[in-house]
Design a protein around this ligand. Structure first.
Ligand SMILES: NC(=O)c1ccc[n+]([C@@H]2O[C@H](COP(=O)([O-])OP(=O)(O)OC[C@H]3O[C@@H](n4cnc5c(N)ncnc54)[C@H](OP(=O)(O)O)[C@@H]3O)[C@@H](O)[C@H]2O)c1
Length: 342
């Protein structure tokens, strides 16, 4: 496989590190030995090299200079559009910032990639929330593969888990803790921290961003429930169809009162099929300690699927992180590699 990496922030760096760390096992067990022919990032730098880039050199430059401009070979300075069209890659690894209003820059880049018959792996929620069906159809028309595991719980398998294991099974309802920052804050408030102190601690630990609104106000969880509903439940929801309430309305007293009754506040994203329609929401809920989601603490995420044949099945694991989300890309790349060999 020939790859072009678009965006060289946390996630694509995580992928590069894993490709290096797991090089031998990927080749031996999965016959996977990809060539990275290009990287494009407006700040960190862009390089194209027909013969492939040396991952060790790229990682070393990133560590020393946080820039790849001094790479020893190749053509420098191509923008992402040109890289996608001309870098001779068959698969585009897209990890640019999420924008839930416009989907850009990712949405245009994914359209370009699919129209140019490139497979895609991405962790960017924006384009999937706004244009899943369009992108899926474009991939089908151009006979390429389009994967986006990392848009739900980073590397914790959700989309591939359902695809491979729920054959013939209907999902009636999904309930999940889909935002690690919100869950971390609620967990810390249970041991006595105020909302503000818990948020500050999350920011210090790198769990919450400097601008935490998307997590706190429930927008990130809403994006994920739209993806789950549309991709795994056959829905056609738009972001605005989700009723959204964040955790910023939950106060210390609410938490203490619930705890006295052995209950726990959690930010719950739900998608439920009712009379052929899917209704989705994100809101803080009080869960009894009998509810398995009440046991999910800290920055861990979980999704519970209520199915017609197997009843409830829960998947739980990390929902963010460099290595974890890098793994989402790697697992999607392995899926494409496997499909090409069949
Ligand atoms: N980090 C996680 O744990 C995680 C988990 C799940 C999903 N995701 C998603 O994965 C994506 C990447 O996340 P990240 O943490 O790696 O973000 P990041 O560290 O901000 O990296 C994104 C990189 O893409 C660059 N970029 C912006 N516009 C571009 C363009 N047109 N072409 C090429 N590169 C461009 C950015 O440059 P500037 O800095 O100049 O904008 C930045 O260097 C996001 O959509 C995020 O929501 C992340």
């Amino acid at each position: 496989m020939k790859l072009a990496l678009i965006g060289l922030g946390t996630v694509n760096r995580g992928l590069l590190e894993l490709l290096l760390e797991k090089k031998d096992i990927l080749l031996k067990e999965y016959n996977f030995n990809p060539l990275i022919t290009a990287i494009s990032d407006p700040v960190v730098g862009s390089i194209f090299s027909e013969k492939g880039l040396n991952i060790e050199e790229i990682l070393s430059l990133l560590q020393k200079e946080n820039n790849i401009g001094n790479y020893s070979d190749g053509v420098k300075g191509w923008d992402s559009e040109k890289t996608i069209k001309e870098a001779n890659a068959d698969t585009i690894v897209e990890a640019t910032p999420t924008d839930l209003e416009t989907g850009e820059p990712g949405l245009s880049l994914l359209r370009t990639a699919l129209s140019n018959k490139k497979n895609i792996v991405t962790t960017n929620k924006g384009p999937i929330v706004l244009a899943y069906r369009e992108l899926r159809d474009l991939a089908e028309k151009n006979e390429v593969i389009f994967r986006f595991e990392g848009t739900v719980l980073s590397g914790t398998p959700v989309i591939s888990f359902v695809e491979s294991n729920f054959k013939g099974i209907e999902i009636k309802e999904v309930r999940g803790i889909m935002n690690g920052t919100a869950n971390y804050i609620l967990t810390k408030m249970e041991i006595g921290l105020s909302y503000e102190e818990a948020l500050k601690r999350a920011q210090e630990k790198g769990i919450a961003e400097e601008q935490p609104e998307a997590d706190i106000k429930g927008w990130d969880a809403a994006a994920k429930i739209v993806i789950v509903a549309n991709v795994l439940m056959g829905g056609n929801l738009k972001f605005k169809d989700v009723s959204i309430k964040g955790i910023d309305t939950v106060r210390e007293n609410d938490i203490i009162k619930a705890l006295q009754e052995r209950k726990h506040w959690k930010l719950i994203a739900t998608a439920k099929k009712t009379e052929g329609k899917i209704i989705a929401s994100v809101a803080p809920e009080i869960l009894s300690d009998q509810d398995p989601l009440s046991k999910i603490t800290g920055s861990i995420n979980a999704i519970n699927f209520t199915t017609d044949i197997l009843g409830n099945i829960m998947v739980s694991g990390p929902g963010a992180g460099k290595r974890e989300t890098g793994y989402a890309l790697l697992s999607d790349l392995l899926y494409i590699n496997e499909s090409r060999r069949m």
